[in-house]
Design a protein around this ligand. Sequence first.
Ligand SMILES: Nc1ncnc2c1ncn2[C@@H]1O[C@H](COP(=O)(O)OP(=O)(O)O)[C@@H](O)[C@H]1O
Ligand SMILES: [Mg+2]
Length: 253
Amino acid sequence: MSEQNATREPVLRATGLIKRFGGLTAVNDVSLDIYPGEVVALAGDNGAGKSTLIKMISGVYRPDGGHIYLEGREITMASPLEARGLGIETIYQDLALCENLDATVNIFLGREPTKRLLGIFKQVDRGHMLAESNKVLERLDIKIPNLRRPIRQMSGGQRQAVAIARAVYWNARLVIMDEPTAALGVPEQRKVHELVKTLKAQNVPVIIISHNMQDIFAVADRIIVMRRGQKVGDVRAAEVTDDDLVSMMVGAA
Ligand SMILES: Nc1ncnc2c1ncn2[C@@H]1O[C@H](COP(=O)(O)OP(=O)(O)O)[C@@H](O)[C@H]1O
Ligand SMILES: [Mg+2]
């Protein structure tokens, strides 16, 4: 893969990212490249700076230093919505789905298609939304019995699936997941792993933050390790063990 990467352009490149909170430097001069179809795990102990790092890439925080490039062009983002507009879809633990709305509406949130009524009045085209939602869920082999149920009545795994369906439907260029399996049972964790592999198969790179070694080794091609705000490791998953990772995370190497 590394030989291949040498000739390919990264989808995402970040250089020298810095984020401070008062006197604390939460992310200290971190650079990374993410290539097409790559699954990169972001590992590190609590407080290592993982979430802060991805929040800069997803438009939540403005970096105090450094640059972010998407497909070779430098980008700056004033909000998560702007990041989504550029094709960076982030799936947080709380998922940012609207609890009271159904899966269909959540897939289209903020980008609802409209049709004209009597050629004049604009109206949200619910029929189109439902048909398109069914198509994308089918393509991902996701079974949700009743798409019209509010999201809050769905299981954790189904919610992840809806969030991933949204990313796929809108042709995300990069998907970021922050601890996606933290609240899930084992069968649902497996489904999330499958969905990550589906994104990969469609050449969409995924950055996945996880504490869970099983998650990491089930899906990651590469692992970036953070400790106290710094990047302390960038290794191929096939070349390290759980113990190696833990040593890097705690600084015992
Ligand atoms: N909004 C914030 N305000 C102040 N300190 C923060 C904020 N967010 C994170 N931190 C601090 O920055 C450091 C990194 O946090 P975080 O990025 O959440 O780590 P991780 O996701 O790896 O657990 C921690 O020391 C944390 O307490
Ligand atoms: Mg975190």
